[in-house]
Design a protein around this ligand. Structure first.
Ligand code: 4FV
Length: 253
């Protein structure tokens, strides 16, 4: 995948993609990544990239000309890449959207600053708008990094076998089960016994129940919009029956 980032602070990315999974993905050629400075595409002597908003109001707006020139230059380098503006007005980023983007030949991520970018850019130069959440940041760089990280780890061959993305949180629409490693006892807290049995079926079952329970408690919204597997339905029915008995007992108190 070819990743180009348009930003006023390219140096922020130098550190970002020279560590960990991203560094490995670049070294093994799964990803090529470059950050282009939007200011370099400002034609005026002072390389101005922002100006006061029409209609008044506080803050500044990113000028269309330098950004349009930067996007066209990036498209020249990555003709099949999708141009994505990081903005709170975009569709909310998710594991499903990360999977969709990971199948693209390339991404051109546009990082806004100030109050945002001139809206006329969205007409024919910006194919997609993505938000990482309903809060306002000072720039699109951190959102772009979140997207690059979540997308790159889904590219086949980037994550080694031992940590496959298949069993990620959200990949099956549930929160991930708890994880444990040595020591078997930490400050008096033991590792759940079933995990030490080596009995794969029982371990898989325990992990599914743990995922379901965590999702019920922390993110019931995820269950509302999701089809239950027969095994999950059977587990929830059993919990419901157990809870029913407990409630009867509670009522008799
Ligand atoms: C944002 C978000 C975000 C808005 C104005 C940058 C800021 C400033 N981007 N998801 N949430 N962007 O807050 O993607 O230009």
């Amino acid at each position: 995948m070819q990743i180009l980032v348009l930003t006023l602070f390219p140096e922020m990315f130098a550190a970002f993609w020279s560590h960990g999974m991203l560094r490995k993905a670049i070294e093994q050629g799964s990803v090529t990544a470059a950050a282009l400075n939007i200011r370099g595409f400002a034609a005026d002597r002072h390389q101005v990239t922002d100006d006061r908003p029409y209609g008044g109001g506080s803050g500044m707006v990113m000028k269309p000309e330098p950004l349009a020139a930067a996007i066209r230059a990036a498209k020249g380098r990555a003709p099949d890449a999708r141009t994505v503006l990081m903005s709170p007005q975009g569709r909310v980023f998710s594991q499903a959207l990360a999977r969709e983007l990971s199948e693209l030949p390339g991404m051109i991520l546009i990082c806004g600053r100030y109050e945002g970018v001139d809206d006329r850019l969205s007409r024919d130069l910006i194919a997609d708008e993505v938000s990482i959440g309903d809060y306002v940041l000072t720039g699109g760089e951190v959102p772009a990094m979140a997207v690059i990280d979540a997308v790159t780890r889904l590219i086949p061959g980037v994550l080694g076998g031992e940590d496959s993305a298949e069993r990620d949180s959200f990949s099956n629409g549930l929160l991930e089960h708890p994880h444990y490693t040595r020591p078997p006892v930490f400050e008096g807290a033991e590792v759940p016994g079933v995990l030490l049995t080596g009995h794969h079926r029982n371990i898989e079952r325990w992990r599914l129940e743990a995922s379901l329970l965590r999702t019920c408690i922390n993110r019931p919204d995820l269950l509302r919009e999701r089809e239950l597997s027969p095994e999950e339905a059977e587990i929830l029915r059993r919990w419901h029956a157990d809870l029913g008995k407990l409630l009867e007992k509670a009522e008799s108190c």
